[in-house]
Design a protein around this ligand. Structure first.
Ligand SMILES: [Zn+2]
Ligand SMILES: [Zn+2]
Length: 133
């Protein structure tokens, strides 16, 4: 394996890197499996293809988001819930500024979003974390 901080080769059982003194698993500059450089924002190692970034579980619920989308979606409530504030405000304004007439549009829009959320096609919140079940 390789030091994720400096890219030096490390013994499998070493707790710290002998070259830079960085603890094992610390750092994010190099792939620990193949030693290739991993620029910030890299999701998969370009050398060996392993995922470098594990999506975290969101504390937001998929069911809650889906139901909010279907029942209150015209007001953008589900998007406020998921953190997509821009989209939420857009849906809210379309509905409110048209005195509800626009809810035909936002209702269908959010119904589709609700279905995508509940079926798992759309499974991330605004932080990129996976929605919990
Ligand atoms: Zn090192
Ligand atoms: Zn790699």
């Amino acid at each position: 394996m390789f030091c994720k901080n400096c890219g030096a080769e490390m013994h499998e059982l070493a707790a710290i890197c002998v070259k830079c003194g960085c603890p094992r698993e610390a750092g994010a500059n190099f792939c620990q499996y193949c030693g290739k450089e991993t620029p910030p924002g890299t999701v998969f190692c370009s050398g060996c293809g392993i995922p470098l970034y594990q999506p975290k579980k969101s504390r937001r619920s998929k069911i809650a988001a889906g139901l909010l989308a279907i029942f209150l979606g015209s007001f953008g409530v589900h998007n406020f819930y998921l953190g997509f504030t821009g989209k939420a405000v857009a849906q809210l304004l379309i509905t409110v500024l048209t005195c509800g007439a626009g809810s035909v549009i936002t209702g269908i829009w959010s119904l589709i979003e609700g279905i995508l959320i509940l079926t798992g096609s759309s499974d991330k919140d605004s932080d990129g974390n996976i929605l919990s079940d």
